[in-house]
Design a protein. Structure first.
Length: 241
């Protein structure tokens, strides 16, 4: 769902910065420009020193829109294919694909069956799974957190900062999801349900799932069981606090 009216956009962005926006896709990623032809693209990178859009025609610097780390650029293209060049302190720069330019993964039928408790392959829909969206490979995360205000995916890939990858709440199911493109195997992650802002602390242990993204993995509560190719369960639980 996209937010179109200028005042609605400002409200949604303020809620995003405060960690209270359950639909970050309404303002992040590509959207029709409000006052001109083309597309406005917004990203939230609170640790970045600068962000640029990488287009086939060249790089377009994104303008800081808020001190919290929101960046924005308008391009005279419809549905452009782009990547992000994010530069941090010390001139460390990385190229990223933008999760917020991808659509929903779970279908209405999936949500219906999961809500009923009659989805016989829920283990394929919830948790972390390597999938491809079009030609793009990545990892799809989904978790049931009906009382969550902001649910985020955190890990080494985003500095364990819950502001970088907030998930989308698929109302009224209580399920949150996010597809992160290009995430490699072996990454540790946690799904964090929190009303607070910023980085996860050692004390915040509730509503967490910690696993390694791997070819074979499983969940037992909030513990991690990695299954070897021989079928032996190894409890290494690297994320236990």
């Amino acid at each position: 769902m996209s937010v179109g009216h200028a005042s609605d956009v400002e409200t949604a962005l303020a809620r995003l910065a405060a960690g209270r926006n359950s639909d970050p896709f309404a303002v992040l990623g590509p959207h029709p420009a409000e006052s001109s032809r083309g597309t406005v693209i917004r990203v939230f990178q609170p640790a970045a020193r600068s962000v640029a859009l990488r287009l086939a025609s060249g790089d377009v610097p994104m303008k800081p829109r808020s001190p919290e780390g929101l960046y924005e650029a308008t391009v005279d293209l419809n549905a452009p294919d782009y990547r992000l060049r994010v530069t941090y302190s010390g001139d460390h720069a990385i190229d990223l694909d933008d999760p917020y330019r991808y659509g929903r993964v779970l279908t209405d039928f999936d949500l219906h069956l999961l809500s009923e408790g009659t989805h016989h392959r829920a283990f394929e829909k919830l948790g972390a799974h390597r999938i491809s969206v079009g030609s793009t490979a990545g990892v799809h995360f989904a978790v049931w957190a009906p009382n969550g205000e902001r649910v985020s995916v955190i890990g080494d890939f985003n500095g364990w900062d819950g502001r970088v990858h907030p998930m989308r709440m698929l109302a009224p199911s209580g399920i949150w999801e996010l597809f992160i493109p290009g995430l490699p195997d072996g990454e540790k992650y946690q799904v964090r349900d929190s009303h607070s802002r910023g980085r996860a602390s050692q004390e915040e242990r509730s509503h967490r799932v910690c696993v390694r993204v791997a070819a074979t993995l499983g969940f037992i509560g909030s513990r991690h069981i990695e299954v070897s190719m021989a079928g032996r369960a190894v409890d290494d639980d690297p994320c236990r606090l």
